[in-house]
Structure formats: structure tokens, C-alpha cells
Ligand binder design. Structure first.
Ligand code: NAI
Length: 329
């Protein structure tokens, strides 16, 4: 079977080529995103393999269907970028990799918390300039602080596990309660209660119509002054304009982002020789209490190996009509 792998970076290529030794598919690596213009590059393939910023709307799905594509294999956990209803109507199966390494993302979320708290990003630059002043680097003990975890699935639970080791008090909000999270000492509360009592709030729920702009002016108003907000889930969970307004008043004391609602036009590429056109992103970069990484939370060798192996196994399973536990539709 020929699989067109869109948005393929050199690191994708090396992990997929290694994993493919056990499958023997023909992999057609394409550097470009999947768009209405590039969709024709999938011609001759039976499957396309997509990443987070490959947009798969109804029109693109129609074109993929016309090209004879039967399978869409997402090499990520979230599937908000695929119109799954239309995919099902065209009889295109969609599979994903739900848990390639919850540790990778959870550890990155905690890294953002610690870096913002202890101002490691500032200290790194100061020491390189032989500035050993501690002024402005004051942090706080994580021990005893209250952390609100929104979404206590695989990643949220892992964050709970790590932070229970730090001695944090854990509050959680989810539409389903997790026994594992309860075992780590997390207490489920309503969203307003979580906002009211948390010193740090970290987002680990999916982007859905009902969670879009979950963090908006109203939600921020209910939070503690100087709260730390971490988002390693999906950019659309935060209304960026509201976050900027809250940073300006000090309501938001720290903001750590690995995702951004308009990241599609920015992340995963070297744009250092271009003029930044996104004014909201540019404003975020001006705050010294905002730390942004470019969707790298998943980016560990363990995760990339698991992603490649699971993606190819998913395709083999659905092509053979055997049960695939990672089917989206
Ligand atoms: P999961 O499916 O195990 O957990 C998601 C949790 O969110 C579930 O417990 C679910 O019940 C809960 N949830 C659903 N709707 C909710 C709502 N309205 N309010 C509160 N909770 C709700 O997913 P997992 O593996 O923990 O991933 C979480 C998210 O992390 C993914 O949706 C994905 O967007 C993001 N992610 C980001 C990565 C990165 O590199 N930055 C890498 C992998 C995932």
C-alpha cells in the first residue's frame, strides 16, 4: 500500500522508515501541509498520514475520496482538524494515536510551570552575560500550591501523578472522573471552584465546539490574581485576546503555551527571516512572563517511535478489517 505522509519532517522520515521495516508499506513523504492545493499529491495512494496542522475539511475530504483514499491515519492524539462526520459519509476510515507518550506532554507542561515559576529562561540569559543578580528571579515553592487540572485523561492524570510528588494540592475538572486521578489525591470540583482556588491551571482537555475559548474573559475573571495558566493541549481552548487583556492587568501572572490558536500559520517552520504578521502572537512575545514553545510537548524519542509504530499498525489493522482500537470513525 502507498501512504502519502503530509507535513513530513526529517525526524518523521527517520522514525517512520525505521518502523516500516516491520510493515513494508511504500511511504511517499511530502514536506507540504495537506491543503486544497496540495491534496492532488496524494494521487496513487490508498492512505494519507496527517499531523496536527493538516486541515481536512469537507472539500479536501471530497477530493481525497475522488482520489481513492480509503484511510486517514493521524499521527497525533487530537482529531479536531478532521471533519469526521464528512469522512464517515465518504466511507473514509480515520485512525489516530491516542497515547504515544502521555509522559512526554505531561513532563513538558511541568517544565513550563517550573521555568515560569523559577524564571529559568531569564536566568539562562543573565548568567551568559555574567549578570548574577537575583533581582526579579523570585519564585515560589510548588509544594503546597493548588493546581487545577482541566481534563484528567491520560495526560492530565500523568500531570496529577507528577505534581502529587511535588506535594501540590490537586483539583480537577472533567466530564468523566478518573479513578487514577483520584488515586493521586485529585479532588473533582466544578469549573468555577477550580478557577477560584487554583494557583496554577493546566489544560488537558480536547478542543471541541464546547471547549473552544473555554478560557475567556469570564473564566479569567473567576481566577486568582496572578494565576499561572499552562496550555499544552490545543490553542483554541484559550481566547488569546482575553489572555492578553488579563496579562496587562496582572490577573494572569504567568502564561505557558505550547499551542496557539493560530499556530497553523506559524509553528513547525523556520520563519526567522520573515516579518511576523500575527499581531496577537507578537503581543504575547512582548510579555516577560509568557513562555511559548512551538508545539514540542510531544517531541521525545519515545513518543516519535511510538507514533510511527502505532500509525503503521493502525493502517495495517483497518486495511485488514481487523479490530483497530484507535479508530475515530
Ligand atoms: P484523553 O482523551 O486521554 O483525555 C482528555 C480528557 O478530556 C478526557 O478525560 C475527557 O473526558 C476530557 N474532556 C472532554 N471534554 C471535556 C470538557 N468539556 N471539559 C473537561 N474535560 C473534558 O486525551 P490526552 O491523551 O490526555 O490528551 C489531551 C489533549 O492533549 C489532546 O486532546 C490533545 O489536544 C493534546 N495533546 C497535545 C500534544 C502536544 O504536543 N502539545 C500532544 C498530545 C496531545
Amino acid at each position: 500500500m502507498v501512504i502519502s505522509v503530509f507535513s513530513a519532517k526529517p525526524y518523521d522520515r527517520s522514525f517512520f522508515e525505521e518502523a516500516n521495516k516491520n510493515f513494508g508499506f511504500t511511504l511517499n513523504f511530502l514536506e507540504t501541509h495537506l491543503t486544497a492545493v496540495t491534496v492532488s499529491l496524494a494521487q496513487g495512494s490508498e492512505a494519507v498520514c496527517l499531523f496536527v496542522n493538516d486541515r481536512c475539511d469537507a472539500e479536501i475530504l471530497r477530493r481525497l475520496h475522488d482520489l481513492g483514499i480509503k484511510f486517514i491515519a493521524l499521527r497525533c492524539a487530537g482529531y479536531n482538524n478532521v471533519d469526521t462526520k464528512t469522512a464517515a459519509e465518504f466511507g473514509i476510515n480515520v485512525v489516530r494515536v491516542p497515547a504515544y507518550s502521555p509522559n512526554a506532554v505531561a513532563e513538558h507542561a511541568v517544565a513550563l510551570m517550573l521555568t515560569l515559576n523559577r524564571k529559568i529562561h531569564k536566568a539562562y540569559n543573565r548568567v551568559r552575560e555574567e549578570n548574577f543578580s537575583l533581582s526579579g528571579l523570585l519564585g515560589f515553592d510548588m509544594h503546597g500550591k493548588t493546581v487545577g487540572i482541566i481534563g484528567t485523561g491520560k495526560i492530565g492524570q500523568t500531570v496529577a501523578k507528577i505534581l502529587s510528588g511535588f506535594g501540590c494540592k490537586l483539583l480537577g475538572y472533567d466530564v468523566f472522573q478518573s479513578k487514577e486521578a483520584l488515586d493521586f489525591g485529585l479532588e473533582y470540583v466544578t469549573l468555577p471552584e477550580l478557577y477560584k482556588h487554583s494557583d496554577i491551571i493546566t489544560l488537558h482537555c480536547p478542543l471541541l465546539p464546547e471547549t473552544r475559548h473555554l478560557i475567556n474573559n469570564q473564566a479569567l475573571k473567576g481566577m486568582k490574581n496572578g494565576v499561572m495558566l499552562i496550555n499544552t493541549s490545543r490553542g483554541g481552548l484559550i481566547d488569546t485576546k482575553s489572555a492578553i487583556a488579563a496579562l496587562k492587568t496582572g490577573k494572569l501572572g504567568y502564561l505557558g503555551l505550547d499551542v496557539y490558536e493560530e499556530e497553523e500559520a506559524l509553528f513547525f517552520e523556520d520563519a526567522s527571516d520573515r516579518i511576523l504578521q500575527d499581531d496577537l502572537f507578537a503581543r504575547l512575545l512582548t510579555f516577560n512572563n509568557v513562555l511559548i514553545t512551538g508545539h514540542q510537548a510531544f517531541f521525545t524519542d519515545t513518543a516519535l517511535k511510538n507514533i510511527a509504530e502505532t500509525t503503521l499498525q493502525n493502517i495495517q489493522d483497518i486495511a485488514a478489517c481487523t479490530h483497530c482500537p484507535n479508530t475515530v470513525c
